[in-house]
Ligand binder design. Structure first.
Ligand code: COA
Length: 387
């Protein structure tokens, strides 16, 4: 029995900043952002979008096409959770009207959270093949205005349904994991902004990729050219490009071209949405599914990285007909609906969103009808509504 990804949905908020505008405002050459960092736009979350509302919106992309009663597990991975105690998944469960028998909780390890959730879900479905599991990664990346990391911010969520005989990606047995207790990126409990040593983080990411990729190939008796694509956690697309260069360093021209093309296909959404922490690797997967033109059976390697730090490499095979499960035109429409905001407008939205509204103040959403949003707190309890 094969277990894997059966459905996938992406959501990103309805505002963005153009990287050329940001470069001008920060007195940088636009090519530093466009080429050196590899980002062209970044989504901006206003006060009405948080990890929960974005997670609900990502799941709404496929909820009408699944049997909700079969869901036995819902795991939510996030770095930007909305409560120190209660799981974000409980708010999602209520919004989606899932049954009370669902086991549900939140997991955390920086950007690794959704991979952790996916692995738990895979094992759950292996033991309960008649049930399905839902996993959601949802984050707002906030480094701060005028910081070096500012250009690598973003906001969004990916939701996936994991099931036996999946329709998109069948996960292979085995994985290569590597962890070390280091300080490349962290966020103290009292800070809305991440702290990061970006250069060090890049080094560790690349080191963990080299280690896990070599170990995974040895473990599974695979060569680099057996992979049709290798996709990466993308805090910014240049990071993945650097890892992909390591992957193809000693390869022939055909393999290099194949893996460069598939990487290019996988980075398209990330270039426009920015970093969405836990969900970034899975936005790369969606981008590959939509732009990669890969045949059924294609072997895809996935490299997940969470600062702190945890790396994992695993693989899956594309399932016959996977193209029918994605909606490239719908995702393009979602990106096109975004309103471009100026840098001063973005700064104001950013600063306002650092704080919750006054208790009992009702927030309204300026997004499309049908969008879920954070409507403020009542008695310090978060309220979620649909427009
Ligand atoms: N044209 C083209 N490329 C240019 C350029 C120009 N005009 N100016 C600079 N560049 C290139 C640099 O050569 C460099 O490329 P390289 O990485 O291949 O060497 C790149 O742009 C970035 O320049 P750099 O001076 O290193 O940028 P920076 O000091 O502003 O920091 C990061 C960049 C990525 C370290 C910073 O944005 C950051 O810390 N981001 C957060 C990273 C993160 O999230 N880590 C944790 C999660 S994994």
């Amino acid at each position: 029995m094969r277990v894997g990804i059966d459905k996938i949905g992406l959501f990103t908020p309805n505002k963005y900043v153009d990287m050329v505008d940001l470069a001008h405002a920060r007195n940088e050459d636009p090519n530093k952002y466009l080429i050196g960092i590899g980002q062209s736009e970044m989504s901006v979350a206003d006060q009405t979008q948080d990890a929960v509302s974005m997670g609900i919106n990502a799941t709404m992309k496929y909820i009408d096409r699944i049997d909700k009663d079969k869901i036995g597990l819902l795991v939510f991975g996030t770095e930007s959770g909305i409560d120190q105690s209660k799981s974000a998944s409980l708010f999602v469960k209520t919004a989606l009207k899932l049954k009370p028998e669902v086991r549900t909780f939140e997991v955390k390890e920086a950007c690794f959270g959704l991979t952790a959730a996916l692995m738990i879900a895979r094992d759950f479905v292996r033991v309960h093949p008649d049930k399905t599991a839902m996993v959601i990664g949802s984050d707002i990346a906030r480094y701060g205005i005028g910081t070096a990391g500012e250009v690598t911010q973003g906001a969004g969520s990916v939701s996936m349904l994991i099931k036996a005989d999946p329709a998109i990606l069948a996960l292979n047995d085995g994985h290569s994991a590597y962890s070390e207790d280091i300080n490349d990126f962290w966020r103290p409990n009292d800070s809305k902004l991440a702290m990061v040593d970006g250069k060090y983080s890049t080094q560790v990411y690349l080191d963990f990729f080299s280690k896990t990729f070599a170990d995974y190939k040895k473990q599974k008796k695979l060569e680099t050219n057996d992979f049709d694509a290798i996709i990466y956690h993308l805090p910014f697309t240049k990071m993945g490009l650097k890892a992909n260069r390591l992957a193809v360093a000693d390869q022939d021209e055909a393999t290099t071209e194949k893996l460069q093309n598939s990487f290019d296909a996988s980075k398209q959404l990330s270039r426009r949405v920015g970093n969405i922490y836990t969900a970034s690797l899975y936005m790369s997967l969606l981008s590959l599914l939509e732009n990669g033109n890969l045949p059924a059976g294609a072997l895809v390697g996935l490299f997940s990285y969470g600062s702190g730090a945890m790396g994992e490499l695993y693989s899956g095979n594309l399932v016959e007909g996977y193209e029918k499960e994605v909606n490239a035109a719908g995702d393009e429409k979602m990106l096109k609906r975004r309103q471009k905001v100026s840098v001063p407008e973005y700064e104001e939205i950013f600063n306002t969103a650092l704080d919750d509204p006054e208790d009992n103040e009702e927030l309204t959403s300026d997004d499309e009808k049908g969008t879920w949003y954070f409507a403020g707190t009542k008695g310090n309890i978060r309220q979620y509504k649909v427009k």
